[in-house]
Design a protein around this ligand. Sequence first.
Ligand code: MN
Length: 194
Amino acid sequence: MAFELPPLPYDYDALAPHVSRQTLEFHHDKHHKTYVDKLNELVAGKAEEGSSLEDIVRGAEGPLFNNAGQHWNHSFFWRCLAPGGGGQPTGEVADRIGSSFGSYDDFRAQFKDAAVTQFGSGWAWLTDDGQGGLSVMKTPNADLPLKHDVKALLTIDVWEHAYYLDYQNRRPDFVEAFLDHLVNWDFVNQNLAG
Ligand code: MN
């Protein structure tokens, strides 16, 4: 069965003004769709055709890894965003952020630093070390925590296509809008529990 582009979990206008309809149309309907289409081309008639996305991500290298990784990353990223999100976390993750980073403000500063300093294209993440501790990491290009046996809780896409139409070169402004207005903490809590 072919891999499929998941629909956005909200309307194209729902994240404005922080992320515009135009950005979501290009980012989801064109960029993410292209990764899915290329992934399907690459697995067609191959041993990986019946594999799970996670197994391909763990086992593949080169173009197959890049397109599988980007499909996983984007499918996860859309769910990390919600209208009216961001700001102080609630629930279990609020306690875990407090114990791991000292305070929400310390987490916010570390996450922002990772997202802003990822050189070139990539992703910044909140991850769970499985021992009660949470960490911030950043990955280049299509790389992701799953490839390193680390559990992802939250991510931001810092490829230019994620923000250039709305923020041009001002990546720090996009990262702040994500943190202050878009993070779906309910989804992060689900990931922590799951
Ligand atoms: Mn992207």
